[in-house]
Design a protein around this ligand. Structure first.
Ligand SMILES: [Zn+2]
Length: 342
């Protein structure tokens, strides 16, 4: 299985995020991707390849042009306003109900396009986000050429980013960009998101469409981030009605509760009869994950990889969440090696 990655993700490095009314240490640290890479190397997986460059056309098939330009220019505008001393660009006001979106000031631009306080922009964010999208597109090309699977080690992750919205550590929706690219090349694509958190961005991007199926297994948004999407009654809109499936699960869910949801998800995917499956792979489902709330552990990740393999579809994995650093690498490696062996 080809693994697509680039050291340029390290340019997106920030010290903090806001959570629970406090500035806390960032959870999406560059070491995450390095730990995953180390674990994959230790298992002899690969080859490990660098991304090709696809330019902005495939990105703009999913994201709005004004949004993309804002991400590209945000750090420069921030520095022009605050100087280099404030090293992390966070929004501090949002155009909530009854107010007007604006991009006139950098504060307004961040508030207009960002939905949380966990996702600062720093000097290298845009370069890293573009590279992550290229990793996903490169992995998509591998699958399009007939390889059984490929893994895009995307950082920053992508599944919380919608067409014109960033948040949840995500800027560009790597999985959606790859899925759209494969759809544009004539393939029928299903997306099965196994991250602890609802893939709200991916859902929003394809919500009105019947040509790309979106399925997500995640913590019930009544209790978990992203709070405002991921409920079971979100089934699609218009032509997309019936082509979005959310499987929210309660806090403390272990494999015994998670596995049936996976079987339901895979059955829905197979009924859709896709050519290719995209799996936004987050392992923040792990017991003790600082962003999590489920209790998957150890061999559960091998079971997950084997179950995904039994679906029998060419599969593109993108890296999403997973913040418990002592188990992150082995959990990802377990999923991918079990998929290869299954
Ligand atoms: Zn997550």
């Amino acid at each position: 299985m080809k693994i697509v990655t680039t050291p340029l993700h390290q340019a997106h490095a920030h010290a903090h995020e806001f959570e629970g009314g406090r500035l806390i240490p960032a959870k999406d640290v560059p070491a995450r991707a390095e730990l995953v890479l180390d674990a994959l190397r230790a298992r002899g997986m690969g080859p490990i390849i660098q991304p090709q460059h696809f330019g902005m056309v495939p990105v703009l098939r999913v994201h709005g042009v004004e949004f993309v330009h804002m991400l590209e220019q945000a750090w420069g505008r921030w520095v022009a306003k605050y100087g280099y001393e404030v090293r992390e660009a966070f929004p501090s006001a949002w155009p909530a109900r009854g107010m007007r979106a604006s991009t006139e000031d950098v504060e307004a631009a961040l508030g207009t396009f960002c939905f949380d306080t966990a996702t600062p922009i720093v000097a290298g964010t845009w370069a890293a986000a573009r590279q992550a999208a290229d990793c996903a597109l490169t992995a998509a090309q591998c699958v399009l050429k007939g390889e059984r699977a490929a893994f895009a080690l995307t950082r920053p992750p992508g599944h919380h980013a919608a067409s014109e919205l960033y948040g949840g550590y995500c800027f560009l929706n790597n999985a959606a960009i790859a899925a759209q690219s494969m759809a544009d090349q004539g393939r029928r694509v299903a997306i099965l998101d196994v991250d602890m958190h609802h893939g709200n961005g991916t859902q929003a991007i394809f919500y009105g469409r019947d040509d790309v199926l979106t399925v997500s297994i995640h913590g019930d948004p009544a209790a978990f981030y992203p709070h405002f999407a991921g409920f079971a009654d979100e089934t699609g809109d218009g032509a997309g009605e019936g082509f979005n499936l959310n499987l929210p699960l309660p806090a403390g869910t272990a494999w015994s509760g998670w596995a049936p949801a996976l079987e339901t998800a895979i059955a829905r995917v197979l009924a859709f009869a896709p050519d290719i499956l995209v799996v936004p792979l987050g392992v923040d489902t792990h017991l003790g994950d600082p962003a999590g709330g489920f209790r998957l552990e150890g061999a559960d990740y091998k079971r997950m990889g084997a179950a995904l393999a039994r679906a029998g579809l060419p599969t593109l994995f993108t890296m999403e969440g997973g913040y418990r650093l002592d188990t992150l690498g082995s959990a990802v490696a377990d999923v991918l090696t079990a998929f290869e062996g299954g």
